[in-house]
Design a protein around this ligand. Structure first.
Ligand SMILES: CC(C)(COP(=O)(O)OP(=O)(O)OC[C@H]1O[C@@H](n2cnc3c(N)ncnc32)[C@H](O)[C@@H]1OP(=O)(O)O)[C@@H](O)C(=O)NCCC(=O)NCCS
Length: 154
């Protein structure tokens, strides 16, 4: 069954905190950090969840109302037991359909093969690096959406 992609509601907060811990461990966002994201929904944040009874994945977007301003994909994750079934792609598709004509950036750890594979499939290309940005000296890769490279037929 394909999950429904829908905006997050306040009632999802506890489930999102738990899923974020499961997906990110020590670098998960705290409950307070999630509360800040929810507080900004009316300003410049979009939080979407993949709902299949339970929340199977989510994406957090910085989407400034001024169209010239840069959009950023702040976070995307899928529950470990639901990965590689297309949910990450469903979330990215929903997000990028809202971003036509805009500059979209994101940052990813150089060694995060699954995320980099996902982003590359949507037309994101590396534009720069922050050397040794993460713990252990791993680089952060900055990627920019090349809208024309998004092959929607895939
Ligand atoms: C990155 C992530 C969100 C992908 O979600 P997903 O639901 O598994 O992705 P999909 O099933 O939609 O896969 C879409 C494409 O991404 C790429 N991809 C996904 N997982 C991959 C992996 N382990 N290795 C290589 N490519 C991968 C593939 O191109 C895949 O297409 P394919 O299955 O047709 O080959 C998921 O792996 C995840 O939650 N990772 C942990 C959290 C994280 O690191 N988030 C990103 C940093 S914020």
């Amino acid at each position: 069954m394909r999950p429904t992609i829908r905006p997050a509601r306040a009632a999802d907060a506890t489930e999102l905190v738990g899923l974020d811990e499961l997906c990110f461990g020590a670098t998960a966002w705290s409950a307070d950090a999630w509360a800040d994201e929810f507080d900004r929904l009316s300003e410049d944040r979009v939080v979407l969840v993949a709902d299949q009874g339970a929340i199977a994945g989510y994406v957090v977007l910085l989407l400034p109302p001024v169209v010239e301003d840069v959009v950023e994909v702040l976070r995307i994750a899928v529950a470990p037991d639901a990965r590689r079934t297309g949910i990450g792609g469903q979330l990215m598709t929903t997000v990028l359909e809202r971003c036509a004509g805009r500059t979209v950036l994101l940052e990813v750890a150089a060694g995060n093969e699954s995320a980099r594979g996902l982003y590359a499939g949507f037309g994101f290309a590396e534009i720069s690096r922050r050397r040794g940005y993460y713990g252990g000296g791993e680089d952060a890769v900055i990627m920019r959406w090349q809208e024309e490279a998004w092959n929607k037929s895939l």
